[in-house]
Design a protein around this ligand. Structure first.
Ligand SMILES: Cc1cc2nc3c(=O)[nH]c(=O)nc-3n(C[C@H](O)[C@H](O)[C@H](O)COP(=O)(O)OP(=O)(O)OC[C@H]3O[C@@H](n4cnc5c(N)ncnc54)[C@H](O)[C@@H]3O)c2cc1C
Length: 303
């Protein structure tokens, strides 16, 4: 394939918006992504995207995808394994061994759920262990479950499932740091038991999760009889392929300035993978637009 103007890595809201803007600027463009839609695909309802009132995640993805198809944006499905600078240009290599060269790159590879790393977690993934209360909550209707985490993700998860399940144990390592309005609602519910100062030791069961072992800072152990464990301890940016090329911050996110520029001229980044603190669809879309406009300005000067 000949040298492209721009490669966009990822097709969540950031990558798809970047592609729309870049295509409309007339850039030669390729989107490389391992899925179309990103996290939005697994979102139940999106109530905060302006102009749409309320849509399901898949409906929003489908509308964005349709817009890309209407613009004839070229999308290649593949997992990017390496991004490197070759002379003045950049080479993007996929896990399948295909390589694509471009004069500029936008990284919009988003993030994935952080794992606990305890015995039983991998074994019971999708058999009682979930990372998305919004997506999987209804599967646990009427059951006793645990939510692990102490931030807004964990609090949102509890409030998402509270009306479906029978009981929720909220296992918090240190203190509950979620927004006060959510903490107040959790504390007011007689369905929730908050266990602060506990970490998870092990998840076990038979075909599905049956128990969760937790341990306090003082070594006190408890076994919770639960049919589900929601791991809600935050997100980890998808940056492995760019490690060593672009500068990351102390949370492992790609450091960007107000123009979505990374530490490497010609490499831009947008959305959840970056140091921009607000991880939201509308923010990711806005950052994707900014990254495309910055890439266009960069390419115009290089010509
Ligand atoms: C359960 C849940 C509910 C949410 N609800 C809302 C909500 O109601 N409102 C709201 O505003 N926000 C919500 N969010 C947050 C929102 O979904 C994210 O902020 C947004 O999707 C970030 O967009 P992004 O494009 O930066 O990344 P992502 O959506 O993560 O997309 C990243 C893309 O990059 C691709 N990718 C990753 N690594 C590679 C690789 N190595 N090679 C190729 N492609 C790669 C992925 O396949 C994906 O297409 C929710 C998130 C979750 C998980």
């Amino acid at each position: 394939m000949s040298l492209l103007d721009l490669i966009v890595i990822g097709a969540g809201p950031a990558g798809m918006t970047a592609a729309i803007y870049a295509k409309r600027k007339g850039l030669s463009l390729l989107v490389i992504t391992d899925s179309v839609g990103g996290q939005v695909s697994s979102t139940g309802r999106v109530e905060n995207y302006p102009g749409l009132g309320g849509v399901t995640g898949p409906q929003l993805v489908s509308a964005m995808k349709k817009q890309l198809e209407g613009l004839s944006v070229d999308i290649k499905l593949g997992r990017v394994s390496k991004l490197e600078k070759i002379g003045d240009n950049f080479r993007v290599t996929t896990a399948g061994g295909n390589a694509y060269d471009a004069r500029a790159v936008i990284i919009a590879s988003g993030s994935h759920w952080r794992e606990l790393g305890v015995p039983g977690e991998k074994e019971y993934k999708n058999r009682g262990v979930s990372y998305c209360a919004t997506c999987d909550g209804p599967l646990f209707a009427g059951m006793d479950v645990a939510v692990v985490g102490g931030g807004n993700s964990a609090a949102e998860a509890v409030l998402d499932i509270i009306n479906m399940v029978s009981k929720v144990y909220l296992v918090v390592r240190s203190t509950l740091k979620a927004d006060k309005v959510m903490v107040d609602r959790i504390m007011a519910s007689d369905k929730v038991t908050v266990l602060t100062g506990y970490t998870v030791e092990r998840i076990h069961g038979n075909d599905f999760v049956e128990h969760l072992d937790i341990i306090s800072k003082d070594g006190e152990r408890k076994t919770l009889n639960v049919g589900g464990v929601f791991v809600e301890i935050g997100l980890s940016p998808n940056v492995n392929f760019a490690r060593g090329l672009v500068q990351l911050n102390d949370r492992g996110e790609i450091a960007v300035d107000g123009y979505c520029r990374t530490s490497v001229p010609g490499v831009f980044a947008a959305g959840d993978v970056t140091s921009v603190p607000q991880k939201q669809i509308v923010v990711a879309a806005g950052e994707g637009a900014k990254a495309a406009m910055s890439a266009y300005a960069y390419l115009s000067i290089q010509k």
